[in-house]
Design a protein around this ligand. Sequence first.
Ligand code: HSE
Length: 391
Amino acid sequence: MKKLNIGLYGFGVVGQGLYVVLQKSKTVDAKILSVCVKHDKERKISRELLTRDQNKILNDPAINVVVELIDDAEEAYHIVKKALLNGKDVVSGNKKMLAAHLEELIQIQKESGRSLLYDASACGSIPIIRNLEEYYDNDLLNSITGILNGSSNYILTQIFKRNKDYSSALKEAQELGFAESNPNLDINGSDSLYKLVIITTHAFGLLVSPDEIFRFGIDKIQNFDVQFAKEKGLKIKLVAKVMKTETGEVSLFVAPSFVRKEEYIFNVEEEYNGVVIEGEFYEKQFMFGKGAGAFPTGSAVLSDITALSHNYKYEYKKQKYFKRPAFTNSVSLTFYLRYNRKDDLRYFDFEEVYEQYTGRGSNYVIGKINLEKLIKIKDVLPGLPVFLGVM
Ligand code: HSE
């Protein structure tokens, strides 16, 4: 087993979680030699370990592993890239950075012979990436459906189970250390989307840019939508999905979804995540675990560190497949659209309408819309006072 000398970037929620978890681990021979932080303040760590000079870790020949747990995606990209080029193995938890730069970072790994691991970046403590990489190495995977964001799931749970209001639930998610520094990323579906992009690379060998994928968050949910779901015995969950279409292509989306009690993710509550993997011959499998928080995510980072001590690398096996599926947005899904201003309906091009309701304040339509049509209005959609949910 390799001896690991770690240079850590970031000492926020996850960095502190890792520090504690690492001290408890008896199996890995790893030591944190230096911690790079942005601000000079009192921390629960020896001052001697702290530095504010980013290059100190990158240029230290004694450090053979860089663990990157900072917020800023662009800074993280430069750190990770330089670390690999300087001959260090890297663990990163930065899903936004990874979703944007994975293609280049895969190439740098190949050329440098180093390893970049990031199981901690998707679904917190659930080991989804290594499983997709190692176990599901066939093309018989049909879909992956998941609750990939702990904060939004926590908020929806408080609304549905405890009748709390949206803003106090969001505040709690922030106080508990589940939310990103910019919580908009959690509630507008971006965080789930970045994770879905990473998962898709390891599930289907495809690198899809987040900009090409339909995303809708939970930030515009209203009591009317919650009541609609409750009356039908449904829950609303923020779901991320990648699925093979009937024509063998692959389609992705992130959107609130009305979930039936028969579905595995119905009982995924609080900050937990859940992932359903569907295959041609094994029907469904389900992975469940804490998706956010200091120790669950710190444990996932530790697991990546341990994997490095065994010289583990992602092989990106599915990228080598002779026939990789193509990405498409040409797929129609059944949506619930709640709108308050009748005029806003004109933006939505329904192929078929199954149900329509007109009330005093809130109205809805249930019908089929093609994702290509929704992608076309992605710049106006955030400004419209409407709520979309997949039925
Ligand atoms: N903000 C993220 C979440 C943290 O709530 O899921 C874990 O990636």
